[in-house]
Design a protein. Structure first.
Length: 156
């Protein structure tokens, strides 16, 4: 029986990625025409690591930066989101191992400044980490949002 891969192992397992593919007619209903880049997990992690303390990035910005890097029309929303989640869990795994140089995943938000509650520790931990960097987190309905997040956006 094989053992389950750690989050860090999943992060480093790029398989045959990155890869740029033509957007199929079926996908074009959602994504339009052109090409889509399916990034490698480590690329998403690398971009998340560049966001300085007190600054923020949205998943849309990461996807746009990936598309520019690979000369594609768009960055794949599904894999980019999945790989950001893997990067976040790998960071917490490394923190538990006592490592200090971890990916600051809490600085990566969904669109409209919404905290990703699926990241480790949910909204509570991310709120604490963001507030420790001087950012205010407010509740909007059921979601947690960084107040005036646009002021703190970092361009990749």
């Amino acid at each position: 029986m094989s053992r389950k891969k750690s989050w860090s192992e999943k992060l480093m397992d790029s398989k045959d990625l990155p890869r740029v593919e033509k957007i199929t007619p079926k996908m074009s209903k959602t994504w339009g025409s052109g090409t889509v880049v399916i990034p490698a997990p480590v690329e998403v992690d690398e971009m998340m690591r560049t966001v300085p303390r007190g600054r923020l990035v949205t998943m849309n910005e990461i996807r746009s930066a990936l598309a520019r890097r690979h000369n594609a029309t768009i960055g794949c929303p599904l894999t980019t989101g999945l790989f950001a989640s893997i990067a976040a869990h790998a960071a917490e795994e490394r923190r538990r191992e006592g490592r200090k140089d971890i990916t600051p995943y809490w600085r990566t938000l969904k669109s409209d400044g919404v905290i990703n509650e699926k990241y480790p520790g949910g909204a509570r931990l991310q709120k604490k980490l963001l507030e420790s960097e001087g950012l205010a987190v407010v509740r909007k309905g059921k979601k947690h949002v960084v107040a005036d997040y646009e002021r703190f956006l970092f361009r990749l």
